[in-house]
Design a protein around this ligand. Structure first.
Ligand code: F6R
Length: 257
């Protein structure tokens, strides 16, 4: 197992600052850069900081290809609750990523399995992502790779767990509109990313971060534990999400891997 690099920052603001600086440095160092985007509440400020940096002239996205992690099945890209809408609204419409370089999963139900296959081919053709931003679900999901008895490696359609439905419906314009299925990049594609940056903020993430960091097992029941197999993972957490980690880090450091 490899060591995950763990950075603890004071609060969400500082987590977002650290994450956006890291992303900017990576983009600057490459002629072509494939960026994997997460959605959800956690990266919103990071994206705002990327937009700010672009407006200040500190970063140029013309060399960036954007792929996203997941999408709800049954929502059109123009739907305000879709992840396509979220990414356009929070990042893509405000920076100079070329339209032809934006590759977002489309959750419209027709031909969804074909969409999954095409997405895997596109990822492969582009050499997978150079940097994949991840959030984490309270149940340990990454993307919408939900706890399961096995890992799904390719892009696939999945039933959302009860926990995810309960947690995520807060973000919907009408709660009963939340789909129960999603399409998600698989664990294999996530692991093929050259660099992974996982963000976690707030006390609600403390328990799962403790489980992921200190678990001696890699288990699809806590999907994020598979990140221990990747050679370049950086976890950026705020003090609330890192509460148990900070308590244990002194005494159980040898178990962190
Ligand atoms: C979203 C995604 C999910 C979220 C996770 C945490 O694209 O892949 O895995 O990262 O559900 O969501 P928030 O950030 O809302 O706590």
């Amino acid at each position: 197992m490899t060591k995950m690099r763990i950075i603890v920052k004071k609060n969400e603001e500082e987590v977002s600052e650290e994450a956006s600086n890291l992303i900017i440095n990576e983009i600057k160092n490459k002629e072509k850069f494939v960026l994997g985007l997460a959605t959800g509440e956690t990266p919103i400020k990071t994206y705002a900081k990327l937009v700010n940096a672009y407006k200040q002239g500190d970063v140029d996205f013309s060399n960036v290809k954007a792929f996203n992690l997941d999408e709800y099945v049954g929502l059109e890209p123009s739907d305000v609750d879709s992840y396509s809408y979220y990414l356009h609204h929070n990042l893509l419409d405000s920076v100079n990523v070329n339209e032809e370089n934006i590759h977002l999963l489309n959750g419209e139900t027709i031909k969804i399995n074909q969409i999954a296959k095409d997405y895997d081919l596109k990822l492969e053709k582009n050499g997978y992502t150079d940097l994949q931003i991840l959030g984490i679900g309270l149940n340990g999901h990454i993307g919408f790779n939900e706890p399961n008895s096995y890992y799904d490696f390719g892009t696939h359609v999945t039933d959302l767990s009860e926990s995810t439905i309960n947690v995520n419906k807060r973000l919907f314009s009408e709660q009963n509109k939340m789909p129960t299925k999603a399409i998600t990049m698989g664990i294999g594609s996530i692991l093929k990313s050259k660099k992974i940056v996982l963000l976690a903020t707030g006390s609600k993430k403390d328990e799962i971060m403790d489980k992921v960091i200190f678990s001696n097992q890699i288990t699809p029941e806590i999907p994020a534990t598979i990140l221990k197999l990747h050679k370049d993972v950086t976890i950026i957490m705020d003090e609330e999400a890192a509460k148990t980690y900070l308590k244990k880090a002194g005494t159980e450091r040898e178990n962190i891997n």
